[in-house]
Ligand binder design. Sequence first.
Ligand code: SF4
Length: 328
Amino acid sequence: MPRIFSGIQPSGDLHIGNYLGAVKNWVTLQDQFESIICIVDLHAITQPYQPGELPQRTLDMATGLLAAGINPDKTILFVQSQVPQHAELQWLLNTVTPLGELERMTQFKDKSSRQESIPAGLLNYPILQAADILLYKADRVPVGEDQVQHLELAREIARRFNARFGVECFPEPKPMLTAAARIVGLDGQAKMSKSLGNTIGLLDSPDVIWGKLRPAMTDPARTTKKDPGNPDVCNIYSLHQYFSTGEQVSMVAEKCRTAGWGCLDCKRVLADNMIAALAPIRERAEALKQHPEEVRAVLARGAERCRALAEETLGEVRRIMGFLPPGP
Ligand code: SF4
């Protein structure tokens, strides 16, 4: 089977933006591809963070992924820092990556503009991403729009390495664009993101889900129940499309346009559907949280398998680059 590689930050519990935008797709793809999913803690440390919180955030992310349907018998799930070959390959690829390409990355410009002191790791972040993918010679990489530029750079790095050493070592990984790539947050403004506080957690309780949906942004034209609205500008309507039936989605649009109901009625239907859809995931996560040692065992097995795969590639790369092998 062709191989796919995906990464996700250890941001703790998953939210519905991660789930609909990426994880749900990975669950489907694991039946069609040899799947590798990496919790990218080495990437996470390029932003300000609390070291004391990182282990739990990493474990919570693994728990959420397994609860959401990632099956460790089909997917290799592991933590990036437990496979040191990622960092080694990144260093080697540093030497064929042009500085100008890194400086023009949109994410680097965005993130560096928000930090007083810019760590070199933030600039080199896309090289580590390239190393993640190329280490496993992945054929395809499921990505959202915001990662296409980084993947293009990974392809460029693969081409440059092959050309510099006159080999066909790295295949160029191809993007696999995710249909629901951008889930907007409850503020109705920006992409759903934990750092913006505009998320619904995948494991939130029914009360918490309702507590977050109630005040969520809707069509600002609906200042009273009597004002007709436009569902096309309302994020609640977008969310209905992921959680409600086709019939309900049509009803929502009609009642919105004709002021046939209030926004709270509309949100209540969404909340009920969302709570029902997420209940099995929440139950699985609660069961897994009772046995964190099982989650850690999955990660340990995943890291062991990845170290073996990664070492094969890295052995080849070391030979190509001319390093003296250890031993007498
Ligand atoms: S009725 Fe529903 S779709 Fe229309 S503005 Fe209110 S929340 Fe949005």
